[in-house]
Design a protein around this ligand. Sequence first.
Ligand code: NAD
Ligand code: IPM
Ligand code: MN
Length: 354
Amino acid sequence: MNVKKIAVIAGDGIGPEVVNEGIKVMDKMAALDGTIQFEYTYFPWGCEYYLKHGKMMDDDGIDQLASFDAIYLGAVGYPGVPDSVSLRDLLIVIRKEFDQYVNLRPIKLLNGAPCPIHHGSNENINMTFIRENSEGEYSGAGEWLYKGKPEEVVLQTGVFSRKGTERVIRHAFEIANKENKTVTSISKANALNYSMVFWDEVFKEVSKDYPNITTYSYLVDAAAMHMIMDPARFEVVVTSNLFGDILTDVGAALAGGMGLAAGANLNPEKKYPSMFEPVHGSAPDIAGKGVANPLAAIWSVSQMFDFFGYANRGKEILQAIEQIMVEGKVLTPDLGGNARTDEVGDRIVQLLDQ
Ligand code: NAD
Ligand code: IPM
Ligand code: MN
């Protein structure tokens, strides 16, 4: 039996609500498969923990997580704790410390999912976003000088190392190579005269190792427009941390909304645990009502199966997500239904049985 140790950080707001459903699906799929099993350890970290203990996670939190095979995270952040504290001290620390430099976010319009553009279809909305996830605009480097004084100055430094830039771009090419896809780089060298000029150079260099792959390079503003007007242009996409953050919410909108957007924070070398989480946040506006859409969190579970080498199982989970939407009977309000979070999880489990 392949036993995988999973650290569960359900977190804040709708985090615990959607993670419960993801775990139902993990256990069901493990039972159906018969060769894999999950052992969960729950960590109570998040904003409530912060209000009690003055910190988002234990001082040795990273050490505690290091021995797990994967981390399954719900969402972090809640009114009452500044986002700059809650996210930087938990989510972003984990991504960085575990060198999860690939943030893999599928933007795929499944059958039955709503699409806000009239020309959107499951043929032309099918992208794999690779967001740099360990440095860039999120490096945390900077200074706050003369705080509160008239001469106050704030510096927020983007950090783009050769190693960090090259490896994430190469990862995108490797995926495109396997899947026979094009690679698109998104940057902004017309304004960011160091970081993005460098990014474009590295993209060109790496592309030389893959002469058979067609490449495109867009400025981020134009890319945002093209994603909506002509999404078919994008297959495998690689971009910086901040641009990837913003564009994957655009992608989420194209592919059915935040309730359907999944993500995996990968350390491809498997030196450290990877982390699977929906793209959405804690959704304070609907938290505690039992109506959050768990499908994004469940799609992240599908990515976890892929990562563990059970791609067929991952595919079956994705098919169940598609089926529940095609049926259209058990959906949460964001998808036009009136089902509750747990009813969606239960229906996915039933569909996996069929
Ligand atoms: P959000 O993703 O929490 O919510 C944006 C909108 O989408 C809200 O209207 C919400 O109701 C809706 N929504 C999100 N997920 C949904 C789901 N599963 N089902 C149905 N509707 C859903 O983004 P926000 O409001 O900007 O941020 C709220 C908090 O979450 C902030 O503290 C933010 O920093 C944090 N955040 C955390 C993560 C993370 O942990 N990965 C990601 C994004 C935001
Ligand atoms: C995401 C989130 C995070 C990010 C925030 C909460 C720090 O928006 O995972 O997309 O910007 O990476
Ligand atoms: Mn985001």
